[in-house]
Design a protein around this ligand. Structure first.
Ligand SMILES: [Zn+2]
Length: 503
């Protein structure tokens, strides 16, 4: 081996366990394909085209660990200094355990002076300026993880990103935009940052969140959602500033240059996945601040004072989350006291909205729901359902009659047998009279029962509507019933209720 020549190692891995789901993919990952791609790359690269070529192939090994014979052999060569550069098709061929893979890329290879190239990720350690570039290079592996092994590994990857102060969120926070140079970094978006500063100034001047929201709406400043202009949110046609979005800006440390993450964690619960609150981890000075720390803390000390007045008890009222404003698409709020009311809060923030301005009594909603329900009972689906159940009851009733009739028949047969025995003189007169009386009594009992059953049965024919009474007379409606029956109740600008039933 010519020691002076540059030696390039192609690392090829073929696996049947980690994501080679279909034939097309399997083919693109085949040994010959990986080899062709790597050789083509080397040939076209002026720095590499004259180098010596070595190949390490692990066929049938998982990428989830580095316990692979050819990989180990390649690392031995790397330690000996007999290779200079490693080329792979993409990072997932190198390894799917990105923590371990990251360890090689960030520490081991640089330490050994090995250049590492991942063709499909456009990654070349010689030209990677910072560690962040390596993280970007991991995007493919991470994307695959999202689909294959979402969970622990992606969480660990996120943690690595967070520790480096890299943003992984789908949308940058209001006031910021994604950096063009590095999509995991954020920078100030002057248009919205201006509004953030304005909000903080209003807050330290003593304005409440509601007052701030109202002012911003009056000045026609687009809310964060409108600002994002996200298709995702198009159901909020009238998204505007409110207590919620103003207060979350004032509370967000992102504006003093800190990154706050790990606010919640998904844990397995009895029914699916549950999100639980965690103690957030704060990483300071990850990006440029919009607000000075002094102003930030001042604005938030105001928050604490006024916040204490509010009760933190969240009660689930009869219609909470069930009433929606047709005008602004927001859920109705609850006003509690002796009488419970529901109302659309939006007019507090934007007075020219045409939301119904009055408070709606809970009792009125209950009455409306019951009236509507009973109207439905008379005509449609519910009636059909009830009739079906009535039909079933009728059938069951008929079965009881038939079986009772059979019992009477059997008794009559036995009574006749008894008479025959008496006629054949195998039974004394005394005995016959006694047992015959017993039969008569039992037959009489069943015949009385039959008469009653037959009487009741007639009711099914001309009185089935009486069964509706049970439904008609619902007087007390509880949250459980509401959840069962009602999808949502829409309130229009006149205060009319439109109930969307679940059936
Ligand atoms: Zn409204």
């Amino acid at each position: 081996m010519d020691k002076s020549a540059y030696i390039v190692a192609a690392y090829i891995r073929l696996s049947n366990d980690d994501g080679d789901f279909n034939d097309i993919k399997a083919e693109s990952e085949s040994v010959s394909n990986q080899r062709t791609l790597i050789k083509k790359y080397i040939k076209e690269n002026t720095e590499l085209c004259n180098s010596q070529y070595l190949e390490f192939i692990d066929d049938g090994y998982s990428g989830l660990n580095f316990d692979r014979p050819q990989f180990k052999k390649m690392m031995e060569c790397a330690k000996e200094g007999s290779i200079d550069c490693i080329v792979v098709k993409d990072l997932s061929r190198f390894g799917r355990n990105h923590i371990e893979a990251g360890n090689y890329l960030e520490y081991i290879f640089p330490f050994l002076g090995i250049r590492f190239i991942s063709i499909n990720d456009n990654f070349d350690s010689k030209y990677a300026e910072s560690a962040a570039n390596i993280e970007i290079g991991f995007k493919n592996i991470m994307h695959e993880y999202y689909s294959i092994n979402m969970g622990k590994n992606i969480k660990a990857a996120k943690e690595i990103m967070h520790k480096k102060g890299l943003y992984m969120c789908t949308y940058p926070p209001y006031g910021y935009k994604r950096s063009k140079e590095n999509k995991y970094k954020i920078e100030i978006d002057e248009d919205s940052a201006k509004i953030v500063r304005k909000i903080f100034n209003m807050r330290i001047s003593g304005m409440t969140y509601t007052e701030i929201a109202k002012r911003l709406n009056q000045e026609n400043i687009p809310s964060p959602k409108v600002h994002l202009n996200m298709k995702v949110y198009n159901e909020f046609k009238n998204s505007f500033w409110n207590l919620g979005n103003v207060s979350s800006i004032v509370k967000n440390e992102v504006y003093i240059g800190n990154m706050v993450y790990h606010k919640s964690e998904n844990i397995k619960a009895a029914r699916g996945i549950k999100s639980v609150r965690c103690t957030p981890i704060v990483k300071e000075n990850t990006h440029e601040a919009i607000i000075e720390k002094e102003i930030f803390y001042c604005a938030n000390s105001i928050r604490k004072k006024s916040y204490k007045k509010r009760s933190s008890i969240v009660k689930h009222y009869l219609f909470s989350g069930k009433l929606k404003c047709k005008v602004c698409s927001h859920n109705y709020a609850v006003k509690t006291g002796k009488t419970i009311y529901y109302f659309c809060k939006s007019r507090r923030y934007l007075s020219d909205l045409e939301c119904f301005e009055k408070y709606i009594k809970e009792d009125d909603i209950i009455r409306c729901v019951l009236d509507e329900f009973n109207k439905l009972v008379e005509k449609n689906e519910i009636k059909r359902k009830i009739l079906n159940s009535a039909k079933k009851n009728k059938t069951d009733h008929k079965k009881i009659i038939t079986s009772t009739e059979a019992k009477v028949e059997r008794l009559k047969t036995k009574k006749f047998d008894l008479f025959e025995k008496y006629a054949a003189q195998t039974l004394t007169s005394e005995e016959y009279t006694k047992r015959n009386a017993e039969f008569d009594e039992r037959i009489q009992k069943f015949e009385n029962e039959l008469a009653r059953l037959r009487q009741d049965y007639k009711k099914y024919d001309h009185d089935s509507s009486s069964l509706f009474d049970e439904y008609k007379n619902i007087k007390n409606i509880d949250r459980e019933t509401i959840d069962k029956l009602i999808d949502i109740i829409i309130v229009d600008s006149e205060g009319n209720l439109e109930i969307k039933w679940k059936f």
